[in-house]
Each structure stands twice: as structure tokens, then as C-alpha cells.
Write a protein of this length. Structure first.
Length: 209
């Protein structure tokens, strides 16, 4: 499970922020940002090791503007939205966003010099709202990590990531399974508070044996 989480988190660093990147072209967006994000991680390794929490800043700046965390959070809540208070849902969306930031920052402590290989560019019809882009993370001598990004087009025509699939397992689906019981029993606000607590934990580099 930890390996899967690491793969998903590392893969998300492919989807980052750059003002000149055209969000209406999802495949090119991901290819361009992949290079920029990994280049920043490489250039700022000294600062990152001095202050691991700086990875949260990198994630917020380079990743989250291209991830539709609100859409993902609402899909995760699913039927739990029925009858929920608007303010509770809003707090959950923000808590989920911060949880993603912290989770991906922690995973990026594992960054060394991985290579990214993209699959074929998908043909996207003008009417399509959802598309998938396949990516391999090459981390020799370990096996390649096969990933699939799910992206959604908003009303303005911009594409943003909302789910990742690794070895057939959806990040959203796995989190739905993990939190569905607690959401039903304890409510949205309770889970939001738990996510806020998790998001506040400091980023740490794991000691190597």
C-alpha cells in the first residue's frame, strides 16, 4: 500500500503550474510541467533537505493549481452530500486540498532522479469532458510504475487532474473505501477535522537503513 501511495504521489508531480502552459491541451500540459516540476525539485534539493516542509510550498505552487481538488472531494463524498451543511462541505473540500498537499509533499521526499515516459497522445473529441493519459515512471533498477491520469475539462475548456490510477487501483476509489464508513457514522465535519490534523503533520525524510 505504501508503494502504491508513493507511486500516486510521485505521479502527481507531473501536473504542475506554469503561466505559459496551455491548460486546454492536457497532453502537452503534462509533458511540459513534468520537466519543470522535476527540474525545480532537482535545483532545490539543498533547501528541501534543510526544511522538508518547503516541499508543501512546491506542491502548492507546482501541482495544486492543475488539480481539481474540489471536484475530487465532491466525488469522494458522493451520497454523503445529501442533506449535508454547506459550511461542512466547504471545510471538507479545503481539508482534503490540504491533505493532498501534505501527502504529496511527503511522497516527494523520495524523489531522486526518476524518468517519465508518456503513452500515446489520446484523441479528444470537442464534446469530451473526461480523458485519460498514461504515464510510466521509470525508476531503475526497480520495476516501472504504470499510471493513468484522469482529467476533466471545465466549462472554460481547461483540463485538470482529478484522479490517478496505479496498477488498476483508483486513488479516489481507494479513499472512498477507506473513509466511507467514518463519513456515514461520524459525519463530514468529523472527517474534515481528521484530514486537517493529518495535513498539519510535518514533512520528514525517512532514515535510510
Amino acid at each position: 500500500m505504501m508503494a502504491l501511495v508513493a507511486a500516486l504521489g510521485l505521479s502527481l508531480s507531473l501536473v504542475g503550474q506554469a503561466a505559459e502552459i496551455d491548460k486546454t491541451q492536457p497532453y502537452q500540459m503534462m509533458k511540459q510541467v513534468s520537466g519543470q516540476t522535476f527540474a525545480r525539485l532537482t535545483a532545490e534539493q539543498t533547501r528541501i533537505h534543510q526544511d522538508p516542509n518547503y516541499l508543501k510550498t512546491i506542491v502548492e505552487e507546482e501541482l495544486m493549481p492543475y488539480v481539481n481538488s474540489k471536484y475530487a472531494a465532491l466525488k469522494l463524498l458522493g451520497t454523503n452530500l445529501k442533506g449535508a451543511k454547506r459550511e461542512d462541505v466547504g471545510e471538507f473540500i479545503e481539508a482534503f486540498h490540504q491533505y493532498l498537499v501534505s501527502s504529496y509533499a511527503q511522497v516527494l521526499t523520495q524523489y531522486t532522479d526518476q524518468t517519465v515516459k508518456f503513452g500515446p497522445e489520446p484523441k479528444i473529441d470537442d464534446q469530451e469532458r473526461i480523458t485519460s493519459i498514461k504515464v510510466d515512471i521509470i525508476d531503475t533498477p526497480r520495476p516501472n510504475i504504470n499510471l493513468e491520469f484522469k482529467l476533466r475539462k471545465d466549462k472554460s475548456g481547461d483540463w485538470e487532474a482529478f484522479d490517478m490510477i496505479a496498477e488498476g487501483i483508483s486513488l479516489l476509489s481507494s479513499k472512498q473505501s477507506e473513509w466511507s464508513g467514518k463519513l456515514r457514522q461520524d459525519g463530514i465535519l468529523s472527517v474534515a477535522k481528521e484530514l486537517e490534523s493529518l495535513a498539519a503533520q510535518p514533512i520528514r525524510f525517512e532514515s535510510k537503513q
